[in-house]
Ligand binder design. Structure first.
Ligand code: PXG
Ligand code: PLP
Length: 454
């Protein structure tokens, strides 16, 4: 077959010394408007520090840490070296009935930065898999303790928990679930916490809405606590457009879960690893869940990896029965993959050496002031922020939701800035190495694009 080769793909391949033999058709791209993309592909060629370069050699400031994951910035030497060495030394090791030292070392290191008590770690390969794992631990935990009626899972409207069946069931973003049938049965949802009438343009945590957590009492009254296994929420909802928890909300959710014996899972796939100013948002907000799911920043997005941090007594509840028996029938071929573990250890070293897990806390006032300076620009209807994450929400074009924000995304990309849009919200979550001048640069570019989109 003689397919037309896109000139950009040709250029990209030549840049790395290869000849492309294919066009753009075969790759069915994830979460992408495929037909539109392939008419004018945006192809990245390399990255370093705060920047990408596209295949035309254009420099692009990374305003979103790749996809909320490259928290230490791109191509960091310690991480690159760790992956290279690991590939040559031990490329793959089975982890079913076998192990390798770096997996144990990484689990200990993660436990040491996790909230106190969450000191057992189960490895997966993505945030989605971490979520499935946590939900299964919750169900199996209750069962092993003789509370097998606790099978209901509670998520929250507008929640994002990855794309597998468990995750879309507890998730609350309609586009991600409406086309996939019934998925997991027996799930219910808390209402979301977005309340622009009272909280628009809140700097940091909104003041109003701790009582949204009481919605869990309504679900307990409906289903009875004896049938509910777990509640899963993002401490800060990221994917839906950056919804920061109202003051007191997470505390109240914790209190209600504890009172009813319901496990509380924080999905920290975005908020984990320094995004909110502490290693985990649980620490930023002072609320300790029973499990934390994480991924992305765990190894700077360099090798696919996810993990569940588990309270020790949950883990210990499984450690009964004959010792030769498998205690938990779950795991992935690539759980604790050596390359992912090596990358994670290099990443944790980099975070520690450069103080990156608390840097968002140091920069958050400056960042907040910068993003909130966009208040008053045309069509800006809300601005939300915490740590080094921001959401700038725009009024949709009449009858064409998402189009205004996506237009801004395209405009900014052409101007040399990568952001992320979801609905009509522009999301910012830059690498934690960002300098103040680069925050200004992002906000100035965004201001220009918002004005052009008016
Ligand atoms: N939970 C949360 C809270 C997430 O944010 C996942 C689970 C799934 O992780 P994986 O690694 O399976 O993608 C996520 C991922 C966006 C966007 O800009 C958000 C995510 C991923 C890609 C894009 O909305 N979050
Ligand atoms: N499908 C088949 C046929 C398999 O053999 C396996 C794993 O052995 C899987 C799916 C699951 O793959 P993974 O462990 O990479 O999630």
């Amino acid at each position: 077959m003689n397919k037309a080769i896109d000139p950009a793909l040709m250029q990209a391949a030549e840049a790395i010394g290869s000849t492309p033999s294919t066009g753009l058709e075969a790759w069915w791209m994830p979460f992408t408007a495929n037909r539109q993309f392939k008419q004018a592909p945006r192809l990245l060629a390399r990255a370093s520090g705060m920047h990408y370069w596209d295949v035309h050699g254009r420099q692009i400031l990374d305003g979103v840490a790749g996809l909320w994951c490259v928290n230490a910035g791109h191509a960091r030497p310690r991480i690159v070296q760790a992956i290279q060495q690991q590939a040559a030394e031990l490329d793959f090791a089975p982890t079913f009935q076998m192990g390798h030292p770096k997996a144990f070392e990484l689990a200990e290191r993660l436990a040491s930065i996790a909230p106190a008590g969450l000191n057992r770690v189960f490895f997966a390969n993505s945030g989605s898999e971490a979520v499935e794992t946590a939900l299964k631990i919750a169900l199996a935990y209750h069962r092993v303790r003789g509370e097998g009626t606790r099978t209901r899972l509670i998520g929250r409207e507008r929640g994002y928990h990855g794309v597998n069946f468990g995750g879309i069931s507890v998730g609350g973003m309609v586009g991600n679930r409406k086309t996939f049938g019934l998925a997991v049965a027996g799930v219910d949802h808390l209402r979301h916490t977005h309340d622009p009438a009272r909280n628009a343009f809140s700097v940091g945590q909104p003041l109003h809405g701790a009582d949204f957590a009481d919605d869990l009492e309504r679900l307990v009254a409906l289903h009875d606590a004896s049938n509910i296994a777990a509640v899963i929420v993002e401490p800060v909802a990221g994917s839906t457009g950056v919804l920061v928890p109202p003051v007191g909300y997470l505390q109240r959710l914790r209190e209600i879960c504890t009172r009813h014996g319901i496990l509380l899972i924080f999905d920290e796939v975005i908020t984990g690893f320094g995004r909110t100013g502490q290693p985990f948002a649980a620490q930023t907000f002072g609320v300790v869940p029973d499990m934390i799911t994480c991924a992305k920043g765990i190894n700077n997005g360099c090798v696919p990896m996810g993990a569940v941090l588990v309270r020790q007594d949950l883990h210990d509840a499984f450690m009964t029965g004959p010792e030769h028996q498998i205690e938990f029938f779950h795991g992935y071929t690539y759980s604790a993959h050596p390359l992912a573990c090596a990358a994670a250890l290099g990443t944790l070293d980099t975070y520690a050496e450069e103080g990156l897990l608390t840097r968002a806390g140091e920069l958050q006032d400056y960042f907040a002031q910068a993003v909130h300076s966009l208040k008053g620009e045309p069509n800006v209807i809300d601005i939300r922020n915490i740590g080094l994450v921001g959401g700038i929400e725009l009024a949709p074009l009449p009858g064409e939701p998402t189009k205004r924000a996506f237009g801004i995304f395209l405009d900014l990309y052409a101007k040399g800035l990568l952001v992320r849009t979801t609905g009509d919200t522009v999301a910012l979550s830059p690498p934690l190495i960002i300098e103040r001048g680069q925050i200004d640069q992002i906000v100035d570019l965004l201001r220009g694009a918002i004005r052009r989109a008016a």
